[in-house]
Design a protein around this ligand. Structure first.
Ligand SMILES: C[S@@+](CC[C@H](N)C(=O)[O-])C[C@H]1O[C@@H](n2cnc3c(N)ncnc32)[C@H](O)[C@@H]1O
Length: 253
């Protein structure tokens, strides 16, 4: 799947807030080696580099478009093109951090203990993932996919691989000495027309949109957009409320 950093950064402040709130729960030590997995355009990496200016910070991502934007950001970090699933660094890290990425990576039962293996003893493994996949914003992508002539083409688009907080506890507690898991629901107040559509156009909607083309793509998107308007109506003050649940975990090895 390809990414468009400009569209992604249209909601930079809302997307970066959970990155900052995850960072705030990491002990104020002095990590020397820090990795930001799925660094995107560098917005989350910027927070890490600002908090620990003496650290060697790496931003790792599989999207060349995102990395191009990250390199242009001026954030003092080393940018690395790699897939988190096969990433195998030579030396361990004091902190492996990730904001809003693992939902794109399958098989967390295998992934998370593997990544934890690259954290130094006493080091920290921290991540945040959205957990709103049964909300209308995402459920409607699948509902519209299954109810139109595009059904077969969209069948390979898999739901996100995010698990329950209890499941993350079961996966991580055997490989860490302390574990803090929590959720936050942000009541996002959105401006303008079709804001939820614009939000997901940069992220979860992309695999659907990229699997179709031409009139079929337009028809799918129009139906989805209409269903979203009904699910997230504009209020009397012109704003649209978009509740957004996110799961956070901070584990110490
Ligand atoms: C929603 S963005 C998050 C960007 C940034 N961390 C932030 O806090 O806003 C998700 C990023 O994960 C990257 N990504 C998705 N799957 C990946 C994988 N398997 N390996 C590495 N990066 C991946 C995408 O390219 C994208 O830049």
């Amino acid at each position: 799947m390809s990414w468009d950093p400009k569209i992604y950064l249209a909601y930079a402040s809302e997307r970066t807030r959970p990155a900052a709130e995850l960072l705030a729960r990491i002990a104020d030590e002095h990590p020397q080696r820090v990795a930001d997995l799925g660094c995107g355009p560098g917005n989350s990496t910027a927070l890490l580099a600002a908090r620990w200016p003496g650290a060697h910070v790496e931003g790792i991502d599989s999207s060349p478009d995102m990395l191009k934007e990250a390199r242009a950001s001026g954030v003092p970090a080393q940018w690395i093109n790699a897939d988190v699933q096969s990433w195998a660094p030579q030396a361990p890290y004091d902190l492996i951090y990730s904001n809003a990425t693992y939902q794109w990576v399958e098989d967390h039962e295998r992934l998370l203990p593997r990544l934890m293996g690259f954290v130094k003893k006493g080091g920290t493994f921290a991540f945040q993932v959205p957990r709103n996949f049964s909300d209308p914003s995402h459920a409607l992508m699948h509902a519209v996919a299954e109810s139109g002539p595009w059904k077969a083409k969209l069948a390979p688009v898999r739901p996100a691989s995010v698990l329950s907080p209890e499941r993350y506890y079961d996966i991580l507690s055997p490989v860490c000495s302390s574990l803090d898991i929590w959720e936050t629901v942000y009541l996002q107040v959105m401006e303008g027309d079709d804001p939820v559509y614009r939000w997901v156009s940069a992220t979860g909607l992309r695999p659907f949109a990229q699997a179709l083309d031409g009139e079929e793509r337009e028809a799918y998107l129009a139906q989805y957009r209409q269903r979203l308007r009904d699910a997230y109506p504009k209020r009397a003050d012109g704003k649209t409320l978009f509740p957004f649940r996110r799961l956070f975990a901070v584990a110490r090895r």
